[in-house]
Design a protein around this ligand. Structure first.
Ligand SMILES: [Zn+2]
Length: 238
């Protein structure tokens, strides 16, 4: 009959191994999710920027039209008052003002044409950005859903394993648990290992026949001289 503690350690190790396998399988998921979400976010940002450019261009055209209207009104009133002037000097000053208003009108006309010529291009860019966003979503969302489902499952499985681990830890004396926990951290989840081809299943060092005999008898806990893993003989394997 084997030392009960060895059986308890093997039991605990099997749960820890499951936990570490779960960790490794899940390892890449958070980064991949982040990457996929960023892809959509970037496409959304591009769409927002391009839509804003369309709006700003439209707003500018409206402002130019409004100013054109005001300038036209001013011009009309200046011309109406032209025959009320009494001196040549006053007349010249009015003419100068009229000229300035006309020049401004011509500038505004040019600016409106320029802005309007950009409208189609800007709208096209925004439409393209919308298509890009939609195709990014189509491409990426199925994988996001899949990974999110996998994450939920991961949390559930981790919860179950933690439960089992808690139960199995209760069968192991405190000071041994401390050593086990240290080994698990140091050796990526491996603390209790079988003898494998006369070697330590943890670090691979060749074990002496005496150590192997002790392991086979299983009457006491043995640790590897080199890596400190707890060693046992797996009856099913041999
Ligand atoms: Zn070892």
């Amino acid at each position: 009959m084997k030392d009960e503690r060895i059986l308890a350690l093997i039991d605990l190790q099997s749960v820890v191994t499951q936990k570490y396998t779960l960790y490794r399988n899940h390892e890449a998921i958070p980064d991949r999710l982040e990457q996929l979400r960023t892809e959509i976010q970037k496409a959304e940002e591009v769409l927002t920027t391009t839509r804003k450019a369309v709006e700003e261009n439209q707003a500018q055209i409206s402002r130019f039209h409004k100013e054109t209207q005001q300038t036209n009104e001013k011009l009309t009133s200046l011309q109406a008052k032209l025959n009320q002037v009494k001196t040549t000097k006053e007349y010249e000053a009015r003419q100068k003002e009229i000229k300035a208003q006309r020049e401004r009108l011509s500038e505004l006309d040019k600016a409106i044409q320029e802005a309007e010529s950009k409208t189609a291009e800007l709208t096209g860019v925004a439409e393209k950005a919308e298509q890009d966003l939609n195709s990014a979503k189509e491409r990426v969302q199925p994988e996001i859903k899949e990974l999110e489902a996998a994450s939920v499952l991961y949390e559930q499985e981790l919860g179950q394993i933690a439960e089992q681990e808690r139960a199995r830890r209760e069968n192991i004396p405190g000071e041994i648990l401390q050593r086990i926990d240290r080994l698990v951290l140091l050796r990526s989840g491996m603390a209790v290992v079988p003898v494998s081809d006369d070697c330590c299943g943890g670090c691979g060092v060749h074990l002496s026949p005496q150590v192997i005999q002790l392991a086979k008898r299983g009457l006491d806990l043995i640790q590897c001289d080199r890596c400190s893993s707890y060693i046992y003989w797996d009856d099913e394997q041999s």
